[in-house]
Design a protein around this ligand. Structure first.
Ligand code: NAP
Length: 291
């Protein structure tokens, strides 16, 4: 149980809103803020206090939980008086995906304000977030770990503790490269099936249940076959994550040709207006031009 802790939750998008509901269910006092208030407002009927201003939301909170799109946005929001407004001894749980450099900048901001910082990106998408089944990849100081666990237990089914802040973000990048690469090759495989006159549904049925038939491929593949992309994780944010992987690789002079190709495919889909659709809309950039 997250008990009577007060959690200031900034960012009530797809993930943040679901996490807020699970925190409330666990008995936590949730103080929510979102740039577009209409996305935070429905949480009031679940029991959250909804604020106009992030500093007001943070006022006296024991935890700051950020679930915003990227590091620049977080720095812009949190760097404007949010950290000094927290209760003494508060912990910042940074759960958005921000990559390596983003994490370093945010950890520095926390240190400058003398706030304990836990780098805690998550695995899992909209449905696992709604069901409280996220996997939290947490890293940070030992005393913050003890305090944070009840909050993580309310939003996730498992917390993997990884050492110093930054380790969580690095593991998240590795997992994301796997996910984004899978999406790229899946889109191209479905396109290739169509171009060669193979029913893509037959391809999905053929691999289903065996070692090649990832449930993830079934889920995202079905969207590609139907060309219908209700958003669990937007193409725009998946492109951001591909960029974070490429940044970390570039810092180590590692050539990641496949990740670069998938990032370019995402760019094409986004330019064609599919950025807010699910990441499976990468298919729009891979599909056959002529049938
Ligand atoms: P989302 O639904 O698009 O929500 C993004 C949030 O960021 C919203 O609260 C949005 O506010 C806010 N935001 C964007 N630009 C802003 C700005 N300039 N100033 C202030 N606020 C701004 O995204 P999400 O899917 O919940 O993802 C949130 C984070 O979790 C991201 O880092 C993402 O990579 C990560 N993540 C997502 C998933 C997933 O499957 N969805 C899984 C794991 C990790 P508005 O509502 O006003 O636009």
């Amino acid at each position: 149980m997250a008990g009577n802790a007060k959690v200031a939750l900034l960012g009530t998008g797809i993930m943040g809103a679901a996490m807020a509901r699970n925190l409330i269910e666990a008995g936590t006092e949730v103080r929510a803020w979102n740039r577009s208030r209409e996305k935070a407002q429905p949480l009031a009927s679940d029991g959250a206090a909804v604020f106009e201003d992030p500093v007001e939301a943070a006022s006296g909170a024991d935890f700051l939980l950020t679930m915003l799109s990227d590091a620049d946005v977080i720095e812009g929001v949190v760097g404007n008086g949010v950290l000094p407004a927290l209760a003494d001894g508060a912990v910042w749980l940074q759960m958005s995906t921000v990559g390596e450099r983003g994490n370093e900048n945010l950890a520095r901001l926390a240190a400058e304000n003398d706030v304990a910082y836990v780098d805690a990106p998550v695995l899992g998408t909209k449905a696992p977030a709604e069901q409280g089944q996220l996997v939290v990849l947490a890293s940070g100081p030992e005393d913050a770990r003890r305090k944070s666990e009840p909050v993580f237990d309310a939003v996730g089914s498992k917390t993997v503790w990884l050492g110093e802040a930054g380790e969580g973000s690095r593991l998240k990048l590795v997992v994301n490269n796997w996910i984004v690469g899978l999406l790229g090759v899946l889109a191209e495989t479905i396109s290739f099936a169509r171009a060669t006159g193979v029913d893509p549904q037959k391809f999905l049925e053929t691999i289903e249940g065996g070692p090649l038939g990832l449930p993830y491929a079934q889920m995202k593949g079905a969207m590609m076959v139907a060309e219908d992309f209700p958003t669990s994780f937007s193409a725009k944010l998946a492109r951001k994550d591909a960029g974070l992987v490429l940044d970390a690789a570039r810092d180590r002079a590692l050539d990641m040709a496949l990740a670069s190709a998938v990032a370019a495919r995402f760019d094409e889909a986004i330019e064609a207006g599919h950025g807010e659709e699910d990441m499976a809309a990468i298919y729009q950039a891979a599909k056959p031009r002529q049938q």
